[in-house]
Design a protein around this ligand. Structure first.
Ligand code: FES
Ligand SMILES: [Fe+2]
Length: 372
């Protein structure tokens, strides 16, 4: 399965190339290899710093390679820890929320949000045991423009190097001024690559989103770093973050540059974080693979602080939520149909149109890493 001779057809230039063979989407063995080679040392999306602005806030981040806690301590510092107790390894928390300390549900060892072990009942008299020798184990935590990521591998490439020129391209969106106002969750019965491939082409928009978004015009983007993007053109009066025909959009983000005023970047930070930069808002799609045929997705909706402060914000934001919920449900349903098609016994690969270059690129990026 991992012999590069079996993938020569995917390696060809786009118009000669075949798609990835079906087993890449259906075989758990292939998924396990992706786990080791793409995800174990990869950057996993957490959320926004502004979601952790209050001391005591905690986000639980479940990834295919581990669970982490990202929290804000009493002095306002954000930390990332492995979500496990130092006594006998119990998972500390299942859900995001607020707390004053992290107390283990098993024997009540308790940790400050700065990670220090504060009490360990019954440990008095144990030889060579000091509380300060057993803090929570940290994970790498890095961010750009308020977007937080963790990495379980201490030697991983820095996030800034991973994403290359993405922060520069999006600089005029004033990323640090964004606030996340809502999360929407989905579980999709499809391999993660179907979802990311779909995020990287606009070929499907006229059919899958026929009655919502409609067809979209897109251009490819030259990128430096492990990210890619489709740039979707729109007129300069309204972003595409609400459905066509909706006229109640918010004003554009102050200070957008020329290009940012004319379109929307649908980016994918490899392997599977999508952040969409539009004229009036930014939204993310955080895909978390669970197994070879199941993926969890969280959408996060971010607006500039001035927009959120508008007295009628809550009423006016409704069409945005509607667009994200409806269009995402359409993408999810088509990915599930693709998964079912692959499980129906399909044994041969397909072909690409000239507009699916980013899909071809992603597939080859995966092969570069998983093949022997
Ligand atoms: S495992 Fe956490 S206190 Fe025992
Ligand atoms: Fe779509």
């Amino acid at each position: 399965m991992f012999d590069s001779n079996n993938y020569q057809e995917v390696r060809k230039p786009l118009l000669d190339a075949q798609t990835l063979p079906p087993h890449c989407y259906t075989e758990q063995v292939f998924f396990e290899k992706e786990k080791q080679r793409l995800f174990a040392g990869g950057w996993h999306f957490v959320g926004r710093e502004d979601e952790l602005a209050e001391p005591g806030s905690v986000l639980v981040v479940e990834t295919m390679v581990g669970s982490a806690l990202v929290c804000c301590d009493q002095s306002g510092h954000i930390h990332g820890y492995i979500n496990a107790c130092r006594h006998r390894g119990t998972k500390l928390r299942e859900k995001s929320g607020h707390c004053r300390q992290l107390t283990c549900p098993y024997h009540a060892w308790s940790y400050g949000l700065d990670g220090q072990l504060r009490s360990a009942p019954g440990m008095a008299g144990v030889n060579n045991f000091e509380l300060e020798d057993y803090p929570l184990k940290s994970v790498r935590l890095e961010s750009f423009g308020g977007f937080l990521f963790i990495n379980f591998n201490i030697d991983a490439l820095a996030l800034a190097e991973w994403i290359g020129d993405l922060p520069d391209v999006m600089r005029s969106h004033q990323l640090s001024d964004l606030r996340c106002v809502k999360r929407i969750n989905f579980t999709i019965e499809a391999n993660w690559k179907f979802l990311i491939e779909n995020a990287l082409e606009a070929y499907h928009t006229g059919t899958v989103h026929r009655s919502t978004l409609g067809a979209q015009d897109s251009e490819s983007v030259d990128t430096r770093g492990h990210w890619d993007a489709l740039y979707v053109l729109s007129d300069e009066t309204k972003s595409i973050a609400t459905l066509p025909g909706e006229n109640q959009g918010f004003g554009f983000i102050e200070g957008l540059n020329e290009k940012a005023r004319r379109g929307t970047w649908f980016t994918v930070i490899y392997p599977c974080t999508q952040i969409v930069f539009s004229q009036d808002c930014v939204w993310w799609l955080d895909f978390k693979p669970v197994n070879v045929s199941r993926t969890k997705l969280t959408i996060g909706a971010c607006f500039p602080s001035d927009t959120i402060a508008l007295p009628d914000f809550h009423g006016r934001v409704a069409p945005y939520y509607e667009r994200w919920t409806e269009a995402t449900a359409e993408d999810n349903a088509i990915a599930e149909a693709q998964q079912r098609g692959h499980q129906a016994g399909l044994r041969s690969a397909g072909r690409f149109t000239g507009t699916e270059h980013c899909v071809h690129q992603l597939d080859n990026w995966v092969l570069d890493r998983v093949l022997d």
